[in-house]
Design a binder for this molecule. Structure first.
Ligand code: C2E
Ligand code: CA
Ligand code: CA
Length: 724
């Protein structure tokens, strides 16, 4: 059985019956081999080895076969090797005819051979041998000398066998496992192998025909990304739960664990999956029950509180603001008293239905009391947005309801709280919305009211700033400051970051932390950044004409700008137009921009990099990108976020920064630290191999002319101290 196996294997390798390579042996057999000392040398060379050799000098009719060769063929020293039949005596019966044919055609026609065959020993064991032979001919073409070598390859064949059997056993174990096993390649998120049961499940999944791209199968890509990130970071993963989408509209939940293995030469994740759908469904059911109002199916008070907590927490982490609308039906008590509870219940049901149809899926509609409802509307940051929604609700509920043949007019009043302008936890927000609701009712039915004067004051201020920013952009009212970057070793200025500055006509300087988000929201960011970039290019061009050496100037690009249509062409054209080389500017993009739309970020940064514009990853460490895939973005530099530098005193933080530097270096990235404020920080960063420093310790952002003076002075200094 095992023999057949190996045989198959060998045949497969050479694609024919028994191994045979036509032009194999080099037939430069020595013609003076009759010489006894040569025989001796042959024997000596073969001693302790597992190969043997032989020759036949036809001219002198001398032949010799070394003891090793005889032993392999199973012939003792007395056997006359000049008879072909003798040589064949122990060849396996199934192989004999073939081997004999090859041997004869060697002697008759001078055809060299290279073959593998089996030898049967007297005791029934089977061994493998590999034989090669060639021939030498005279100038007239007469065959003169034949010589060959014979190796015992039994061990080699057996090892191959064992390997193959264990590989097969391993494979069949995986193939027939009762749970899905898949092998994926994290680098391109592709599926590389699926076992039997996995294939069945794959067919039931809702994914484009023939896809091998894992995000195509999962409901929530972030679940897969978390798993992938963990595998890449640690080489294995803890248990994760992943939801897969089925063709029939349902989903399956899997508990998965993975470990990084070498699969066909690639680092791949060997992933074992366990179906936990039932448990999930049960949990979901329990969760729903605990969260819903039994009459209307809307969320209940507990769930509302939970959603509000969650929304407040997300806001703290930087998510957009939201609105809490509290509404009270105007005529409910009357309907209930006059038409009975069942009509009252129907009305509540119908109201819940209409409200749900007006909001987005991510919003929450809750019934919080007899005839009181609440809505948490996510991503709602403006008074205008909240007002529009409140008006829509009032309009919708003022359409008469037809309930059991009775037409009922309900109508409602609404109080609105807007977070984060109305700051506070969920209870506070409920109180604010309630106060606003009372005011709305005071104003007369069918009205809405927003909580708080402060709110309207701030909203007003924002509106004004928005308007003024538009004016500033129209009138070229922004300027650029330059914050130099310094060589970490020598503390010489070698580059700079361009930062937008806005001097408001009445308020004085407004910080970019205020006007950049405003510009983003108002859709002005691309215009703003193009103005900044234009100014920077003009300054560089001026400095170049004066012979001021500044080093590269980096400019911040927002996600909206980087992804905007023809952003790259615009940049490259401008540089060309002003005669500024691509190497004179760098683009800073934040880590979060890169993650937002990975695909297009990659293609944009690659194009810039191809044109010679270096890419710098800003605020590194605040997002969740893995260092490993920064290479794909063709990043050239990494700027460690200021928060890490500020907290370098914390050991854990310092260790993290050290790791970022060392991994960054191993990826060939230059490392910049920003926000360096103390000597101690600078020393530490220098010691761990950081390349460039930026921060108040060395220089604040300064106007263009000051920066020019600094670089000119620097240059002069250099010229003075350099000996030539
Ligand atoms: P950023 O890109 O991280 O810029 C660095 C910010 O850190 C600058 O603040 C700089 O003044 C400040 N900084 C530098 N060294 C120190 C230090 O040692 N300590 C402290 N506490 N701060 C330091 P700035 O100029 O207020 O800019 C704030 C942010 O505004 C920038 O953060 C950037 O995200 C944004 N920004 C500025 N100009 C532009 C622009 O043209 N486009 C975009 N998209 N964003 C810009
Ligand atoms: Ca920056
Ligand atoms: Ca930064």
């Amino acid at each position: 059985m095992a023999d057949d196996h190996a045989r198959e294997n060998l045949m497969d390798d050479d694609g024919g019956a028994l191994a045979d390579s036509a032009g194999a042996p080099d037939s430069s057999g020595p013609t003076t081999l009759q010489n006894l000392s040569l025989r001796h040398s042959l024997e000596l060379a073969e001693r302790n080895g597992r190969s043997g050799s032989w020759f036949w000098d036809k001219v002198s009719d001398t032949s010799y076969m070394t003891p090793n060769a005889r032993a392999i063929l199973g012939l003792d020293m007395s056997v006359d090797i000049n008879v072909v039949e003798h040589l064949m005596a122990n060849i396996h019966p199934d192989d004999r005819e073939y081997v004999e044919r090859r041997v004869r055609s060697l002697f008759d026609d001078g055809q060299p051979f290279d073959l593998t065959c089996r030898i049967c020993d007297g005791d029934g064991t089977v061994r493998w041998m590999h034989a090669r032979a060639g021939v030498d001919a005279s100038d007239e073409g007469e065959l003169t000398t034949f010589a060959g070598s014979i190796d015992d390859t039994t061990d080699h064949v057996n090892t191959l066998n064992e390997l193959q059997t264990s590989e097969l056993r391993f494979r069949s174990l995986i193939e027939t496992a009762a749970f899905p096993i898949i092998i994926t390649r994290p680098s391109d998120r592709s599926l590389r192998y699926v076992n039997n049961i996995g294939r069945e499940i794959l067919e039931a999944l809702d994914a484009p025909e023939g896809t091998f791209y894992i995000p195509d199968f999962v409901v929530d890509v972030s679940q897969y990304e978390a798993l992938r990130a963990e595998i890449l970071a640690k080489g294995y993963s803890d248990t994760h739960e992943i939801e897969l989408r089925k063709k029939d509209g349902g989903s399956i939940w899997y508990q998965v664990r993975a470990v990084l293995i070498d699969y066909q030469g690639d680092p791949c994740a060997y992933t074992i999956m366990h179906d936990v759908t039932e448990r999930h469904e049960l949990e979901e059911q329990l969760r729903l029950q605990a969260a819903t109002d039994p009459l209307t199916g809307a969320a209940n008070r507990t769930e509302l509180a939970k959603q509000l907590d969650f929304a407040v927490a997300s806001c703290k982490r930087g998510a957009p603001g939201f609105a809490l609308l509290l509404l009270d039906l105007d005529n409910f008590k009357m309907v209930n008293d006059a038409l009975g509870h069942s009509v009252g219940d129907n009305l509540l049901n119908e109201v819940a239905r209409r409200l749900t149809s007006l909001v987005r899926e991510t919003d929450t509609v809750a019934r919080v009391g007899g005839d009181e409802f609440a809505i948490v509307a996510r991503h709602m940051e403006t008074v205008r947005g909240a007002s529009i929604l409140a008006e829509k609700i009032i309009a919708s509920l003022s359409v008469p309801f037809e309930l059991d043949g009775v037409v009922v007019n309900a109508g409602c009043s609404i109080g609105v709280a807007l977070h984060p302008w109305n700051d506070g936890d969920q209870e506070t927000l409920m109180r604010y919305a309630d106060i606003a609701l009372y005011r709305a009712k005071d104003d007369g039915r069918g009205r809405y009211a927003l909580f708080d004067e402060e709110l309207s004051r701030k909203a007003h201020e924002r509106m004004e700033l928005d308007r003024d920013l538009r004016v500033a952009l129209n009138e070229d009212g922004l300027s650029v400051a330059y914050q130099p970057r310094f060589d970490a070793q020598t503390h010489e200025p070698i580059a700079a970051e361009a930062l937008a500055r806005w001097e408001h006509p009445t308020r004085g300087p407004v910080g970019p932390d205020q006007f950049i988000p405003l510009a983003e929201e108002a859709g002005l960011i691309v215009t703003l950044e193009r103005q900044v970039f234009g100014k920077v290019v003009d300054d560089i061009s001026m400095w170049r004409s004066k012979g001021v050496v500044t080093g590269p100037i980096s400019v911040n690009f927002s996600a909206a700008h980087l992804m905007s249509a023809n952003a790259v062409d615009w940049v490259l054209n401008l540089l060309k137009e002003r005669g500024v080389p691509a190497s004179a500017v760098q683009i800073e993009v934040t880590e979060s921009t890169m993650i937002k739309d990975e695909h297009s970020a990659r293609s944009q940064t690659q194009r810039l990099a191809d044109a010679g514009v270096q890419i710098l990853i800003d605020d590194f460490g605040t997002g969740y990108s893995s260092l490993a895939y920064l290479n794909q973005f063709r990043a050239h530099k990494l700027k460690i976020d200021r928060s890490f530098i500020t907290n370098l005193k914390e050991v854990a933080n310092a260790t993290l920064v050290k790791q970022i530097v060392s991994i960054g270096k191993s990826l060939d990235l230059r490392i910049v630290a920003e926000g360096v404020e103390t000597e101690a920080q600078a020393d530490f960063l220098k010691a761990i191999g950081c390349d460039e420093l930026q921060g108040f310790l060395l220089s604040r952002p300064i106007p263009a002319d000051e920066f020019e003076a600094l670089m000119t002075h620097q240059h002069a200094q250099l010229l003075r101290t350099t000996p030539f």
